[in-house]
Design a protein around this ligand. Structure first.
Ligand SMILES: NC(=O)c1ccc[n+]([C@@H]2O[C@H](COP(=O)([O-])OP(=O)(O)OC[C@H]3O[C@@H](n4cnc5c(N)ncnc54)[C@H](OP(=O)(O)O)[C@@H]3O)[C@@H](O)[C@H]2O)c1
Length: 246
């Protein structure tokens, strides 16, 4: 198995790499390759066959196919690709600074769509069982006044992933669409945890369990009981919903 993590410095991507690395080729694609040293050493200690750093700037959409092909050249056919890059952004700033709103939309929607399209296309040609992992979020389930810019990108990405899963049905490639709730980590630094919060390791456990034991595409609420909260969220009247703190 060869693993490609797009967003090699991501908390969740790193935890997935730790769990899948033993015996495998790992490609860590990151915009700050200089920050990959610690994780690389750890993956090697865990028994990775090799760890390859690759320069990756997600907003450079024209580079996406070349990055995936470079990963294949370095590590062989990719059997698991994790799209783990993204930003939460600053909602307050995005409401008055359209460039920031577009930055969030570009990274969390457009670049995801671009990379997922490249991955689906490239992995299908390998004719080998493989898995792509994409990260939606509870934030996309029902857009909230408090984070609707980020939330809207996740809503769009989730819809894209549902369609892509159907397009991949019957092929050797499957897509895991992960829908975590609040994850306590770098992205949420300084925020107080929401109900049913999890850690990056919990997200990785759920995703890796599905990769190793499941077959076919799947959409995962993480934690699983978030599904019930999601159902309730849809029933909350608008005047109350718009007052949600985040
Ligand atoms: N954390 C949560 O609460 C949560 C909840 C639900 C879903 N998710 C989703 O899960 C995924 C992973 O999240 P995480 O918690 O692991 O986030 P994280 O630790 O903040 O990592 C984000 C990653 O994105 C990379 N990145 C940002 N801008 C980039 C760019 N222009 N080009 C290339 N890479 C770039 C970062 O690189 P640098 O290190 O260089 O900044 C970092 O590797 C994201 O899609 C996120 O939206 C997260």
């Amino acid at each position: 198995m060869s693993i490609l993590i797009l967003g090699g410095t991501s908390d969740i991507g790193g935890e997935i790499a730790r769990r899948l690395a033993p015996g495998e080729q790992v490609v860590l694609a990151a915009r700050r390759v200089e920050a990959l040293g610690e994780l690389t050493a750890e993956l090697e200690t865990l028994g990775a066959a090799a760890v390859h750093p690759v320069q990756f700037e997600a907003t450079d959409l024209g580079s996406h196919r070349a990055v995936v092909r470079q990963a294949c050249d370095l590590a062989g056919p990719i059997t698991c690709a994790v799209v783990a890059f993204g930003i939460l952004g600053d909602q307050a700033r995005a409401e008055t600074d359209e460039a920031h709103a577009v930055e969030i939309a570009t990274l969390d929607y457009t670049a995801q769509v671009s990379m997922l399209t490249v991955l689906a296309d490239e992995l299908r040609t390998q004719d080998l069982r493989s898995t792509i992992v994409a990260f939606s979020s509870i934030a996309g389930w029902r857009a909230r006044r408090a984070n609707y810019v980020y939330g809207s990108t996740k809503a769009g990405l989730d819809a894209f992933c549902q369609g892509l899963s159907d397009a991949l049905h019957g092929s050797a490639v499957s897509l895991i669409t992960a829908r975590p709730g609040f994850v306590i980590g770098s992205m949420t630094t300084g925020m107080s945890p929401a109900p049913m919060s999890v850690y990056p390791g919990d997200v990785a456990d759920a995703v890796v369990d599905r990769i190793t034991t499941g077959r076919g595409s799947a959409t995962l609420w993480i934690p699983g009981r978030l599904r019930l909260l999601a159902w309730i969220m849809r029933t909350v009247p608008r005047p109350l919903w718009r007052r949600m703190p985040r």
